[in-house]
Design a protein around this ligand. Structure first.
Ligand code: ADP
Ligand code: MG
Length: 359
């Protein structure tokens, strides 16, 4: 058997830095995807090609922490075997249009497309959430990147015109309608083409502040903070602002779910903008580039706008009237040019499907 499988990149609609605090996230699949054309090979033989890089890697052994892009593919073979599944050799040819390193999760797209291919080729019965966990294991233990489950859950579970609500503590998920197209709207993803170099250190510092706040408050995770005012009275100023972001952000995710069930995109837009302000003022994870993109999008008529992803650059989401696509993107590009910054890129992100066979 030979076939082709695809899995998408993703953006997080709202709910930033909540995942490691036992909170809520709300991603959806973007139209761009990684495609894997694959067939079985006899024995322990893997031949992995990236058409985009023009490189082929052959392997007869699976060694965790082998550097290089092929580990995102081979890690899936390894993780499937670790989970007790019987997987043999394969020839896997990868081609992806998910932008790399822009916070759109090109890595999970490759992993989840590979997993879909191998599961079908080898007749494996694996439930969707279990697939996401296996792909996460591949990225954590084989590639060596300590990431959460959000990317792989989105790349596996998403369905068109919906966003995926996920409770990062219980791992309960819910498909929530995000039919922007039918409402005459569009989610514009603006890649600011900027990423500060100190992101890892800042990320570790935020996690540390959250752990310190939990210790002071005597809770297992910030998910358990029921009375924000009481917590703020007991915390130093910095930890207080960090906790205020997490607690209010979790509430904004829940409010966004409710707004979408009610078809209230005006409310969704307000929540997105409030999220950005909280990330900017309280969690302090934005950057001049994303702040300017958000302000410009709002000034050009967006219903709401926010940075998405870990922070300090990356992409901005703007919820806009479809007819404003050129106005909003044009004004953001002009604002960047005025600053002398590298030009941003953008695309409309109608929520798409998760991992699947396409040929
Ligand atoms: P992100 O997932 O945010 O895009 P990561 O650092 O997690 O960034 O993953 C990017 C890595 O995934 C690249 O450095 C490369 O190793 C691999 N990758 C992504 N796209 C491709 C591709 N088309 N071909 C080969 N490797 C790719
Ligand atoms: Mg990644």
């Amino acid at each position: 058997m030979i076939g082709t499988w695809a899995a998408p990149g993703r953006v997080n609609l709202i709910g930033e830095h909540t995942d490691y605090n036992g909170g809520f996230v709300f991603p959806f699949a973007i139209p761009q995807s990684a495609k894997i054309t694959a067939r079985t090979l006899p024995g322990d033989h893997w031949k992995v090609t990236s058409v985009d890089l023009g490189e082929t890697v052959e392997a007869t052994r699976l060694e965790p922490l082998t550097p290089g892009w092929a580990s995102y593919v081979l890690g899936i073979v390894w993780a499937l075997r670790e989970a007790g599944h019987s997987v043999g050799g394969a020839e896997l040819t990868l081609q992806s249009d998910v932008p790399v390193g822009a916070g759109l999760s090109s890595s999970a797209a490759i992993e989840c497309a590979t997993e879909a291919a191998l599961a079908d080729l080898y007749g494996l019965e694996i439930a969707p959430l279990e697939r996401a966990k296996i792909a996460q294991r591949a990225e954590n233990a084989y590639v060596g990147a300590p990431t959460g489950l959000l990317d792989q859950a989105a790349a596996t579970l998403c369905v068109p015109d919906h966003a995926l609500f996920m409770d990062c503590r219980s791992l309960e998920t819910q498909q929530v309608p995000l039919a922007v197209d039918q409402a005459g709207l569009e989610i514009l993803v603006i890649d600011t083409q900027s990423k500060h170099s100190h992101v890892d250190g800042e990320y570790a510092a935020r996690r540390h502040s959250c752990e310190e706040a939990c210790r002071i408050l005597g809770v297992e995770s910030l998910r358990d903070v029921a009375d924000l005012d009481d917590a703020l009275g007991r915390l130093p100023e910095l930890e207080g602002r960090r906790v205020r972001h997490i607690v209010t952000e979790n509430q904004r995710v829940l409010d966004s779910v409710a707004a979408l069930h009610a078809g209230n995109f005006t409310k969704l837009g307000q929540l997105m903008t409030a999220s950005h302000i909280s990330m900017r003022n309280d969690y302090e994870i934005t950057a001049p580039t994303v702040d300017l993109a958000v302000a410009t999008a709002l000034g050009a008529g967006a219903l709401g706008a926010r940075m998405t992803g870990g922070g300090f650059g990356g992409c901005v989401l703007a919820l806009i009237d479809k007819g404003l696509h050129d106005v909003v993107s044009g004004q953001v590009a002009a604002a960047f040019a005025t600053q002398g910054w590298a030009p941003p890129t953008w695309f409309a992100a109608r929520p798409g499907p998760g991992a699947r066979r396409i040929a």
